[in-house]
Every structure is written in structure tokens, then in C-alpha cells.
Ligand binder design. Structure first.
Ligand code: SF4
Length: 265
């Protein structure tokens, strides 16, 4: 089973990939200011909720996409994060999947009992272009983590990951395009190039989302948001090794449910 857990909401734009951030887009439609980071009180304790039979509401073995309407390491969340880590430690029977643009903040915000990493926390950095790949991935590689991944999303240009993949310490790479009307173009050949890099170094690869504008074989395709995941799946270009993190291959883990129903302006 797969769940979304958004313990806090709101963020600050950090790099080129944030330009059309769906958190800002959706909040903007409702005239809310997404830069006001706040705790989502009704959802905060979601991982440790139990039902009347005293069973976990989120069943054992679930994947939990964590903090997809914020950045888990955003500054304002420093006061809430210790409790979030605590909940992850309690729910060591579930996988917590995090994507961040702030890996430089991780080392100083880990819990005391982190040691060489919780087994059930999978941290990914966004590498939407080469500059961000070269800035964030070395930081990721130097952190005490059990699982590391790279999200090339939204892919803005060709990205060379070879020097990072060859370390053997990146478990997965996923590539996706940008959504909605102002989306920047996803160039399919750049997606395929990253796939080839992953194949060369035997790293899991997923094409999770086409983006709204896909350029393939010289033709520009306009893809409705609700079809982006399905179209990526139809491309059938994922590369997965047996026995390695099958749970992270669930494409739905990447889907931004909160953005699916964005009203058209
Ligand atoms: S870091 Fe993520 S959530 Fe924050 S503004 Fe950028 S894209 Fe949006």
C-alpha cells in the first residue's frame, strides 16, 4: 500500500526546478500563500494512528511518500522534524520516501539515534539540471544513509550522473517532466540518455512522469496531467534489478495527488 504523508505544508523556492512548483500553483488558485510554512495538525501523527482494534491505520509494509507539499528539510520545520523522525523510527515496518532540494541541511537535523541511517528512510535529492546534480549529489553521498536516490525532475536539460552512479551508493534514479500549462519541455532523448547511464551502472531507473510537453522524435506532444504517469508507463523503459527495492518502483509513489485536481484558470 502507498500513502501520502504531508506533516507540514508550504515551502520557499530554492532552484530552477521550483519555478512552477505545484504547491505554489495550487495554493495560488485558492489565494493562499504557499511560502507560509505551517504544521498540518490533522495529518501530523498519521503514521502512528491506530484504529479501534488498536491496529495501525497505515498497514505494515506500506510506502509513505513524505512531505510532498513542502520540503522535509525546510527551515521552519526544524521544530517539528524531531517528532517526525521519532514516528519514522516507531514505524520501522514502513518505508518513508523523501525528496529534498536541501541536502545541505540534513546532517545537522538528524536524530541522535540515527547512526548510519534508519533502514526504512529513503532520501532522494532533486537534480533538475547539471548544476544541481553537481551541488546536491556529492552532499547526499557523504551523508550516513541506508538508501539514496536521485530525482531528475523536472528534467530541464541533459544530466550526466555517471560519476555518481559509479560509486555504487545510489540505489535508484527517477526522471520526470514538468506539468501544467507553463511546463518546460521534456526531451525524450535526455530521458533515454539517463536510462542508459543507469543501465551501464546497474542502477534502478524509472521514468515516472512525461510532463505536460514531451518532445520525442521531433514532435511535441501535449499530455493532459492525468495521463502523464500512464504515458510514462507505456513508454516501458524502466530498468530494474531483481531483489533491489521493488517497493520504490511503484510509480504512484511519485504522483502528486494534491496537484491532480488543480482547477484550470
Ligand atoms: S523545494 Fe519542492 S516544494 Fe519547495 S518550492 Fe521547490 S519544488 Fe516546491
Amino acid at each position: 500500500m502507498r500513502y501520502n504523508w504531508n506533516p507540514w505544508h508550504g515551502c520557499h523556492k530554492k532552484s530552477a526546478g521550483c519555478l512552477h512548483c505545484y504547491v505554489f500553483a495550487i495554493d495560488g488558485v485558492y489565494e493562499k500563500d504557499a511560502s507560509q510554512v505551517h504544521l498540518v495538525k490533522t495529518k501530523f501523527e498519521m503514521p502512528i494512528k491506530r484504529n479501534r482494534q488498536h491496529q495501525w491505520v497505515i498497514p505494515s509494509g506500506s510506502s509513505i511518500a513524505t512531505c510532498f507539499t513542502s520540503d522535509f528539510f525546510v527551515e521552519e520545520a526544524d521544530v517539528w522534524r524531531p517528532k517526525a523522525w521519532e514516528m519514522m523510527a516507531i514505524r520501522n515496518d514502513c518505508l518513508f520516501f523523501i525528496i529534498t532540494k536541501r541536502p545541505e541541511r540534513i546532517a545537522n537535523t538528524l536524530p541522535d539515534n540515527w547512526n548510519d541511517g534508519y533502514d526504512n528512510v529513503f532520501i532522494n535529492v532533486t537534480a533538475e539540471n547539471q548544476a544541481m546534480a553537481d551541488e546536491r549529489i556529492p552532499i547526499l553521498l557523504n551523508l550516513p544513509l541506508k538508501m539514496r536516490g536521485i530525482a531528475v525532475a523536472p528534467i530541464l536539460e541533459a544530466v550526466d550522473l555517471r560519476s555518481y552512479l559509479k560509486t555504487g551508493n545510489i540505489q535508484a534514479v527517477s526522471v520526470g517532466g514538468e506539468s501544467y500549462r507553463n511546463a518546460r519541455i521534456t526531451r525524450y532523448e535526455e530521458v533515454l540518455d539517463i536510462r542508459q547511464q543507469c543501465m551501464d551502472y546497474q542502477v534502478n531507473f524509472t521514468f515516472h512522469q512525461t510532463g505536460s510537453k514531451l518532445l520525442k522524435d521531433g514532435k511535441l506532444y501535449h499530455i493532459p496531467h492525468h495521463c502523464e504517469y500512464e504515458q510514462a508507463r507505456k513508454a516501458d523503459i524502466d530498468f530494474l534489478q531483481p531483489k533491489v527495492w521493488h517497493h520504490i518502483a511503484e510509480r504512484d509513489l511519485w504522483s502528486d495527488d494534491d496537484a491532480t485536481n488543480i482547477p484550470k484558470k
